[in-house]
Design a protein around this ligand. Sequence first.
Ligand code: 4AD
Ligand code: MG
Length: 439
Amino acid sequence: MTIKGLSMVAYTTISKIGQYKDQEVTIKGWLYNIRSSGKIHFLQVRDGFGFIQCVAVKAEVREEVFDLCKTLTQESSIEVRGIVRQDERAPSGYELTTTSVKLIHMAEENYPITHKEHGIEFLMDNRHLWLRTPRQHAIMRIRAEITRACREFLDSNDFTLIEPPIITPSCCEGTSNLFKIDYFGESAYLTQTGQLYEEAGAMAFGKVYSFGPTFRAEKHKTRRHLNEFWMLEPEMAFVDFEGNLELQENLIEYIVKSVLKNKPAELKAIGRDTEKLENVKTPFYRLSYDDAVKMAQEGGFDMQWGDDFGAPEETYIAEKYDKPVFITRYPKKVKAFYMKEDPERPEVVLNADLLAPEGYGEIIGGSQREDNLEILIRRIEEENLPKEIYEWYLDLRRFGSVPHSGFGLGIERSAAWICGLEHVRETIPFARILNRITP
Ligand code: 4AD
Ligand code: MG
């Protein structure tokens, strides 16, 4: 069956061009760049699937085709016909010997993103166009592969996708960074995490996950914080603290392997050192919070037992490892109310943050959840949270409470690490960061 919208009969895509070696094909795309001499044009064409060089030789094409090439502006949309030639030097491995070019739309002259260097703010202002460049193209494809691998891993391990609401009446990860909205005269918030709903899901379906946008009104100006980011949140009934870590390390290994296997050209395009990624194999390291504090102190950081790690401390610790490292059992008072107290040491909780290597810091936050009704009520009171709003959540401990665990994996931080990028803003199609809401 041919699906009309996907039909490759009339034209092919650059990604599939290798199937047509020495044959004539048509591609539809945009002119990324052009170099010309009197007798030859080198058109760099992109079609959304890849980039390819199309060579138009004066003596070999019709005159009007050669003249049209001369007038083409950057980002004009065109249809190119040509013969596929293998070429070792070409990034895609192929080149097109052009036989004809048809104009679809002549782009205006003043395309903002030229082939010069541009400042980051300018590029972010033009994000809708910046996405067309090879580097951004590669990053977005790696991001998509990360998401695909996450879902494939969980779907094939019997998890059910359960979507939590985005508009919520309550908080979960602390009250200080909520985006407040007006819900028909009542206060509501954009979700910080789908976790509480995933816990309800786990009691109904055993193993569940959500993947969706989450919101934090943090006035951070760091390379790790977005105000809107995407989180994968698995939640599992009858899985304890250790089982939770095991799932996380296997998931991360699977993601990294998938990117290495399915996106080698993209990793190459952004210059990622893949040797470091090849090394990401289970088991990951486990370091107690207590030892991590000592390590930070020895590294000259001014912190005490009971403090949370800041980004510099996390970076320092993560840099000591060649694979991701779990930091386990944090003090209860720096973590959220739902985390289970360690029965042997009630001052700490059964949680772990997973730090990515190469100094990337936390990419996963997870824990075993408090399943005891009385302790959970006490924790809600200690944190001064409005108990009425959590009644439904407490029901999960009233009716067949079981040990259960879960975690949240930040897609952008994971992508920043896997791509080896300085800043998370390049890992999401349209970033929402401090002082930026456009485009
Ligand atoms: O550690 P967090 O806040 O955990 C939770 O929200 C839990 N309720 C998740 C769960 O157990 N289901 O966030 C989880 C991850 C972080 O490790 C980080 O990767 C990412 O989400 N994250 C952010 N990414 C970008 N910008 C921000 N402001 C982020 N805050 C958290
Ligand atoms: Mg966290």
